[in-house]
Design a protein around this ligand. Structure first.
Ligand code: NGO
Length: 517
């Protein structure tokens, strides 16, 4: 015997250790290195590693009925990304080997707040509301998608840690103009899916304008029979039946997005004036319009039938819209004298109230006697900031030169307009809604919204090109605390999202401001 243990023993141990190290998959990223958008409030790494194969179920804790559809969707996502089938179970006894969706009373009360814990044998998403659980699932999905991007084989492991997250603003919106061009229910749903993956929570639907009336009103059928039959450029237009609209509302609400219906009044109403002669002061129907001028139409403020019309429209649409707001437009009523505008708005605001909605309108409404709860949408170019009158109403920031998705990226962008200047990706991101307008009380600001006007936008391809990637930046402005936002860091994180969009067949604008991965 020349010594114990023999040399071969050490060699065997070394081989075993190497083998077991190979068997323990390593995560590709530490949690805080993942390029998540919107950036969460806090991310803490741990030394734990979660092996994907150790997860066997999704567990629902809490009586919220929305949990089971979220669990179903997560199960489908998990199967697609990891090839593993999960069971769905209820109850809180056994958390190991599961992703648990936990509604907890003591969680943060902010709407949408959640906590996501990745541990060695489990993932836990905790929130006070099902909305928070949903936002947490969206973060988990992004973690998986981003990790998968760079793994050569199937995803095997995730780094452990804790994310504590909540939104900065209660309103993080997008707007789609379906009046200048009409978009199918499927196209709208596709947009909604993308918006929800970046935690946007309102979709404002611009349902009427000079060029088209896009929602069926049962008591005024000619609005869509006549007013729905064209669009910019003279195409055939289209409209949503009330069932279509409800389908969109439900689809959005399943993704925690609230639809805000807008009927633009008293200007931007040519489609209605062409449908019903009696809405015109001279009793003559106007011709349908398919150009892109603004500010030439107005309802007849002195006729009683105007208010019957307005009330029927607001009543029918409100009944189909569970969200809190009804948007009554009010922009660019250039041929309605200010006094008439104010009188019209007084009556219209009362109708909105009668149907239990919070009135919302473009900031020109400030000239009328608006109730304090009115939500004003600020869309001016920067040089018009002085137009903000320090009233105490709530404000939604949609400053055209920072948020309008129909502004061209640069002089060679084939789509879009540029009256508010060009809007490259950096400019769309690198600003702060709190400080944009001097002298504004920051408590007035409830969030921001990125409108996509569609004079030049005809289909999903165009929507994707103009909205992405800029709206991803707007989503982060709405969600992430200003102190955590920084352009270089954001640009780096965004560079990984091009591939996520490509995987969804979204043809985004690959701006050369970003070093796309
Ligand atoms: C303006 C105008 C819209 C145009 C849009 C184009 C508002 C609130 N009113 O914004 O009718 O479509 O610009 O950028």
């Amino acid at each position: 015997m020349n010594g114990f243990p023999p040399k071969t023993f050490f060699i065997a141990i070394a081989i075993l250790l190497t083998l077991s190290a190979c068997n323990n998959p390593k995560p590709l990223y530490r949690l805080d290195k993942l390029p998540l958008i919107p950036l969460p409030l806090s991310l803490e790494n741990s030394e734990e590693v979660l092996e994907i194969s150790s997860i066997h179920s999704i567990r629902m804790e809490g009586s919220d009925s929305n949990l089971s559809s979220m669990a179903q969707d997560l199960k489908i996502f998990w199967k697609k990304q990891t090839q593993q089938e999960l069971l769905i179970q209820e109850g809180s006894t056994e958390k190991d080997r599961s992703i648990s969706l936990e509604i907890k009373e003591d969680s943060s009360v902010k709407m949408g707040a959640y906590k996501l814990l990745i541990e060695s044998h489990k993932i836990r998403i905790q929130a006070k509301t099902s909305e928070g659980i949903f936002r947490g699932i969206k973060t988990l999905e992004q973690i998986i998608l981003l990790s998968n991007l760079h793994s050569k084989t199937t995803l095997l492991a995730l780094a452990g840690g804790v994310i504590v997250d909540e939104p900065q603003y209660e309103y993080r919106g997008a707007m789609l103009d379906v009046a200048r061009h009409f978009f199918s229910v499927e196209t709208v749903k596709r947009y909604i899916d993308l918006l929800s993956s970046y935690k946007i929570n309102f979709l404002h639907f611009h349902l009427s304008d000079d060029q088209g009336w896009r929602i069926e009103i049962k008591s005024w059928p000619k609005l869509t029979e006549i007013g729905g039959q064209t669009q910019v450029g003279g195409g055939e237009g289209g409209f949503y039946s009330q069932e279509d609209y409800q389908e969109i509302v439900k689809y959005a609400s399943d993704r925690y997005i609230t639809i805000v219906p807008e009927i633009d009044l008293p200007g931007h109403t040519n489609a209605a004036l062409a449908s019903y002669a009696e809405l015109n002061c001279d009793g003559k129907a106007t011709a349908l319009y398919s150009g892109i001028e603004v500010g030439f139409s107005s309802l007849c403020v002195d006729k009683e039938i105007t208010y019957e019309f307005v009330e029927d429209v607001i009543r029918e649409i409100s009944a189909l819209s569970p969200g809190p707001y009804f948007h009554i437009g009010g922009d660019e009523s250039l041929v309605t004298p200010q006094e008439d505008f104010n009188r019209f708005m007084d009556r219209t605001l009362a109708i909105v109230k009668k149907y239990n909605k919070i009135p919302m309108g473009w900031y020109e409404l400030i000239g009328a006697d608006i109730p304090e709860e009115t939500l004003l949408q600020f869309w001016a170019k920067s040089e018009d900031f002085s137009k903000i009158i320090p009233k105490k109403s709530k404000l939604l920031i949609s400053a055209a030169s920072y948020t309008y998705l129909d502004m061209k990226y640069d002089s060679i962008t084939p789509l879009g307009l540029h009256w508010a200047g060009y809007l490259p990706v950096k400019k769309a991101y690198d600003w702060d809604p709190q400080t944009l307008v001097p002298d504004l009380d920051s408590h007035q600001i409830i969030g921001l919204e990125a409108p996509l006007w569609t004079e030049t936008i005809e289909d999903f391809y165009d929507i994707a090109y103009m909205a992405f990637p800029r709206i991803i930046g707007h989503a982060e402005l709405g969600w992430t605390d200003a102190s955590l936002r920084q352009w270089e860091d954001y640009a780096n994180r965004l560079s990984f999202h091009g591939r996520l969009l490509e995987a969804l067949d979204v043809k985004y604008y690959a701006s050369d401001e970003i070093d796309w991965k």
